[in-house]
Design a protein around this ligand. Structure first.
Ligand code: BES
Ligand code: ZN
Length: 451
């Protein structure tokens, strides 16, 4: 027999997609102050959308981008909190988009645009699941409370602060999040671990301004060169991080964890092809999933300094900067790891230049127990929504507020992502499969009925 809620989702799919496109048209780039107005307008759009669906909704302003809070009671006393983020990463590099990042476009059943998968499309599946339940059954089977933040992508702390302040009134039976990935396009997944993160930038400063490389070359240190030397002193060519004591706290992988990872039969060759690289690279002695999910990293996200224009310009740049993010794994403490890194940067930086560091935020890694009834309910919901058994995975990315939910609310957290790493989140031509959007909406609806 056709399920009435699923039938409603099928019948209204085109409208859901049009609404998602409206949501994606806001350039809610939280990292860029010039976009603050758009980010706020996006939050206001969400609030009024919730009100139209019959939920009580408000914007919570406690500094930083507003938090959208919306909820409605259910027929039982059970209560779930649904988290998502309406902010997106910068669209850069703009020239590489086939269609403009904030003009969502469908090609071959795939929706392209910034935020399609991370996280507007995924969170909107939950919004539409709630609408579908309300429209077919009149009331929700459990109370739902949405908390949607606008600064996940830029390390803001408004939501962690709010959750800590309001923990008493936010108590719930589970937190549900779709801001991660499936195992592959047909295999839904429950994510039981995320890496933590530490983001910062450092600048090597030389002369007060760019100077002639012939007139001064050989007499002063070149900041771009020093920057390269510092970076080379942080990570060895074989992928091992060279910062003293960096690995001290890292929990070694247990045999059963390695076995669980191996059972997923990850295809290195497919990844090599997907990324179009000559071969994969990473810390020696670990397989790809082990490196992605359970080993820390130190990555350069951007590197700047000196002349970037056409042909050549013979200067010694005044300064050079690297933006860095390090991924952290159990049991690395973000603040302690930051101290180790900064100490090392100062130790290896020569005294011929000045070193300046600014921090962009940090969050600890998380690892969940999956033997809870809430996880069983999520497995069942994913099976119903996607027509396939879910597998357990970890993800290499980070969702900073998750550790705050764990610490402050003490309830199970369900990470059931509908995206794919190959959806190009954070890159040009980000996209989301409309089939996953539809199946994810069904899974989200089933979860509210099963949990
Ligand atoms: N959705 C991602 C996190 C993610 C990525 C989960 C890949 C699973 C797989 C999230 O929106 C994100 O990108 N977070 C940032 C946080 C950072 C800016 C503090 C990240 O991981 O870089
Ligand atoms: Zn993201």
């Amino acid at each position: 027999m056709t399920d009435l809620v699923d039938a409603y989702i099928d019948a209204n799919q085109q409208r859901f997609i049009e609404e998602l496109k409206q949501f994606m048209r806001f350039p809610s780039v939280s990292a860029q102050q010039a976009r603050d107005k758009d980010t706020r307008a996006c939050a206001a759009w969400l609030m009024s959308h919730f009100r139209k669906l019959g939920l009580e909704a408000q914007l919570i302003d406690i500094g930083g981008q507003p938090i959208v809070r919306a909820g409605t009671k259910g027929t039982t006393s059970r209560r779930v909190l649904i988290y998502g983020h309406y902010d997106v990463q910068p669209e850069d590099p703009l020239g590489e988009w086939k269609t403009p990042p904030f003009e969502p476009t469908i090609r071959d059943g795939i929706l392209y645009g910034r935020g399609a998968t991370d996280d507007k499309g995924q969170l909107f599946a939950h919004v539409k699941a709630v609408e579908s339940l309300l429209q077919t059954e009149g009331k929700l089977p459990c109370e739902v409370l949405f908390l949607l933040e606008g600064e996940e992508e830029s390390g803001g702390d408004a939501l962690p602060r709010y959750v800590t302040q309001a923990r008493e009134e936010l108590t719930c039976d589970a937190v549900i999040i779709s801001d991660s990935t499936m195992y592959d396009a047909d295999t839904p997944a429950i994510t039981n671990g995320l890496r933590g993160i530490l983001a910062f930038e450092f600048t090597v400063k030389g002369p007060d301004s760019d100077v002639h490389s012939g007139a001064y070359g050989g007499a002063v240190a070149n900041p771009a060169m020093v920057l390269a030397q510092i970076l080379a002193a942080c990570v060895a060519p074989d992928g091992r991080i060279l910062i003293p004591h960096f690995y001290d706290a890292v929990a070694p992988l247990e045999d059963w964890e390695r076995e669980d990872f191996r059972r997923l039969a990850f295809n290195d060759e497919a990844l090599t092809r997907e990324l179009n690289v000559p071969r994969l690279h990473g810390e020696a002695g670990y397989e790809t999933l082990e490196r992605l999910w359970s080993r820390p990293t130190f990555e350069v996200n951007g590197i700047f300094g000196g002349y970037q224009g056409q042909r050549s310009k013979t200067i010694i740049p005044a300064s050079a900067t690297a933006k860095i993010s390090a991924r952290l794994v159990p049991h690395q403490d973000p603040a302690k790891t930051r101290d180790l890194i900064f100490k090392h940067l100062h130790a290896v930086c020569p005294d011929t230049v000045r070193l300046e560091i600014s921090e962009f935020g940090m969050s600890p890694p998380v690892l969940f127990d999956v033997s809870t009834p809430v996880i069983r309910a999520a497995e069942e919901a994913l099976r119903k929504g996607f027509g396939h058994e879910a597998v357990f995975i970890r993800c290499g990315g980070s969702i900073p507020v998750v550790s705050t939910f764990v610490e402050q609310l003490g309830c199970p957290v369900v990470l059931m992502g509908f995206g794919l790493d190959s959806d190009h989140p954070h890159g040009p031509n980000e996209h989301f499969s409309l089939d996953s959007f539809c199946r994810g909406t069904k899974a989200a609806g089933h979860l509210l009925r099963t949990i």
